[in-house]
Design a protein around this ligand. Structure first.
Ligand code: DGJ
Length: 376
């Protein structure tokens, strides 16, 4: 009798648990990535992680990006989401906040230029890498700002912050232009007074950590006409002393590209870029080199099919290896909504290699990262 009642209760418990699990899963868990739709986090709020990038640490993925819920200004800072499947994302909050002082947004702990001025700061295209030696998480951003009454990009500098945890808080380290005026004068024809004094501009950027543990920053420099790639110091907080061809290089010279996303496949390096047309999408262009510092040669537009000339109405921000040995990567792009930047959408697509080892990007309405096989 006791056994029968016990078994009955076990069966009832199992059935009710399954029902609860089923309804919970049906309610809050997605199984596919669907580009271009409003992507909600596990709490049901639209994900705010624009111009972002991923970091895999431990069992979790972390997605860092620009929080544009207020549009361009005032910027809350850099947000972070975590996930174990790349599909369902938990909001970890604003992990690198912009301080607000006197009604103006300013970056925390910055030198006097920010503290004393009425400039408004914004952190664009944040990327985070982990330093195995120092056990710190390093965030680099394109730090930007406007001076009163002057709508041009004014700061155009690298911003660096660090944290002991992937979910912050990130503490601001410094902001600077990596290539100083003397070198800018030597290499660049552009003669703006600003760059002759403060160095070459630093705008759209990404970070890349190579298999040997060395890390690099790749960014649109020289008023966006040429990119720079520079090896980071061992602590990833700055750049190594600049020796052309040894610790840094000018690449994609005069090509006027933005939005770099770097990855490696079969010992070759790839940089995916956009053209420079503000918030309006344009055709992507891929570059490759056998040497990380280049020179890089163009492979043209990797997009195939309808909307390939506008990168499926998106702009690159990051490429994440998924099954790199099989040539399977994740393309992350932003479909900017110029008049409502907080409602900009995410375009995430498989980036694969065809039979001739050419990278290709095709549209997929919905897909699951775990079900990818080469060239599908
Ligand atoms: C294009 C850049 O790629 C974006 O990050 C942003 O800075 C816009 N320009 C602003 O127009």
């Amino acid at each position: 009798m006791r056994t029968k009642r016990y078994m009955q209760s076990v069966v009832i418990l199992a059935v009710t648990s399954l029902m609860a699990l089923g309804s919970a899963e049906a309610k809050s868990w997605n199984t596919m990535i669907t580009s271009g739709t409003s992507w909600e986090d596990t709490a049901g709020d639209p994900i705010q992680a624009h111009g972002g990038g991923l970091l895999k640490h431990g069992d979790l993925w972390y997605w860092y990006g620009e929080d544009k819920r207020n549009g361009y200004f005032p910027s809350p800072g850099v947000s972070c989401y975590s996930s174990n499947d790349l599909i369902n994302w938990k909001n970890e909050g604003v992990v690198c906040p912009i301080w607000v002082r006197d009604g103006e947004s300013i970056v925390p702990n910055t030198p006097a230029e920010f503290q004393s001025s009425t400039r408004r700061a914004v952190m664009e295209r944040p990327k985070v890498i982990y330093n195995d030696k120092t056990k710190k998480f390093l965030m680099w951003v394109h730090l930007e700002g406007y001076a009163d009454g002057d709508p041009r990009y004014q700061i155009s500098s690298a911003g660096v912050a660090f944290s002991d945890s992937p979910v912050g808080p990130f503490e601001f380290v410094d902001f600077f232009r990596p290539v100083p005026a003397e070198l800018h004068k030597t290499f660049c024809e552009e003669t703006s007074a600003d760059q002759m004094v403060r160095g070459s501009t630093f705008r759209d950027m990404t970070l890349f950590k190579d298999d040997d543990g060395r890390a690099y920053v790749i960014y649109a420099a020289e008023s966006n006409y040429t990119m720079h790639i520079i090896e980071l110091t061992d602590d990833f907080c700055g750049v190594k002393p600049l020796v052309l061809g040894k610790t840094w290089n000018r690449i994609l010279i005069g090509e006027h590209r933005e939005a770099p996303a770097m990855f490696k496949y079969r010992n070759n390096y790839y940089i995916l870029t956009s053209g420079a047309t503000g918030w309006t999408p344009n055709a992507a262009r891929m570059y490759t080199s056998g040497q990380i510092l280049g020179p890089y040669s163009s492979l043209g537009n990797p997009c195939l099919g309808e909307l390939s000339e506008t990168t499926f109405n998106s702009q690159s921000t990051f490429v994440q290896p998924l099954q790199p040995d099989k040539g399977i990567f994740l393309y992350m792009g932003d479909r900017w909504t110029r008049d409502d930047l907080g409602d900009s959408r995410y375009i995430w697509l498989p980036l694969t290699f065809d039979g001739n080892d050419q990278p290709v990007l095709r549209w997929k309405d919905s897909w699951s990262p775990s079900s990818l096989t080469p060239q599908n």
